[in-house]
Design a protein around this ligand. Structure first.
Ligand SMILES: Nc1ncnc2c1ncn2[C@@H]1O[C@H](COP(=O)(O)OP(=O)(O)OP(=O)(O)O)[C@@H](O)[C@H]1O
Ligand SMILES: [Mg+2]
Length: 282
């Protein structure tokens, strides 16, 4: 069963329909890129996947979005659980006004995870992505990050998972605001991961970053897809080519074409796709 399955999705702001007839399955444990010209509905589509669109007054959503089989727009759906399961990384990082360390522990504390849950979480993570695999030169860490200090261990784990650990390990208690924008975006990723989502949504996550920082995020996504399903909005075609396994192409609120990235880029079926990837329309 696909993690995320959209059928006949329609989204309107007031009377203005911005998405219609969207039917697509988003594959598990892959990176799906949503691409298309400005204003075609990419952000809106992304935000329907964890009901962030609910924040707009005039919004209307019809059709279905199923995650693990359950319709997330069902009035009985558990919103808090949905937002935990489906994390969101925005264009610009907004670190919480607290230390680097506390930015990571914030989520687990909000969800009131107890010691046993934290230990279970670590065990589960280690099954998929062992901490040693995140340490380029092997892990020669001191015991204070041992499994008996589960929060310290989690902080290290998520910072490693976001590719930030080495840069901040000596200043975990410094304010997060002191980090560079590129580091803040990786911190935002670590924070999103810390509530243990299954899906990560990212809206142009590298657009505010310098090329090196952007590269780091792309690299991290490729590591993460072994354990998470990732949906990225990007208007950078080259980025989509670099990281996407699957592509969804929107044009004027319509789903023009979707499919495995290789096929999508090498032999597009629709004339509009061909024109878009060749740069004739933008
Ligand atoms: N809160 C809102 N209220 C009314 N209309 C909105 C709102 N948000 C977006 N829209 C409209 O919906 C359409 C799709 O917007 P959306 O932000 O999803 O596009 P996008 O593909 O992400 O564009 P961009 O590449 O510029 O970020 C646009 O016409 C936009 O003006
Ligand atoms: Mg957008």
């Amino acid at each position: 069963m696909p993690h995320i399955s959209l059928s006949n999705l329609m989204v309107a702001y007031g009377n203005q329909k911005v998405l219609q007839n969207i039917t697509v399955d988003i594959p598990n444990n892959q990176i799906t890129a949503i691409i298309g010209p400005s204003g075609c509905g990419k952000t809106t589509l992304l935000k329907t996947l964890n009901r962030l669109v609910d924040l707009y007054d005039e919004i209307r959503v019809e059709g279905e979005v199923r995650i693990d089989g359950a319709d997330i727009y069902d009035p009985k759906a558990d919103l808090l659980n949905l937002r935990k399961k489906v994390g969101f990384l925005s264009q610009k990082p907004y670190p919480l006004p607290m230390s680097i360390h506390d930015n990571i522990t914030f989520g687990p504390r909000i969800h009131r995870m107890n010691r046993k849950e934290l230990l279970d979480q670590i065990q589960e993570l280690e099954k998929h992505i062992p901490i040693d695999s995140l340490c380029p030169n092997g892990r020669q860490e001191e015991t204070r990050h041992s499994k008996t200090h589960e929060m310290a261990y989690l902080v290290e784990y998520y910072l490693r998972l976001a590719g930030l650990w080495e840069e901040v390990r000596e200043r975990l208690h410094a304010p997060a605001a002191q980090l560079s924008i590129g580091q803040q975006q990786r911190l935002a990723l670590a924070r999103a991961l810390a509530v243990e989502p299954e899906v990560i949504l990212a809206d142009e996550p590298t657009s505010a970053l310098d090329p090196i920082s952007a590269q780091l995020i792309e690299k991290q996504f490729k590591t993460l897809k072994n354990h998470y399903t990732i949906v990225v909005v990007t208007h950078i075609l080259r980025q989509a080519r670099r990281i996407a396994d699957y592509v969804i192409f929107l044009y004027l609120g319509e789903l023009v074409e979707h499919g495995p990235a290789e096929q999508f880029f090498s032999s597009p079926r629709d004339e509009r796709t061909r024109a878009y990837i060749s740069g004739e329309i933008s």
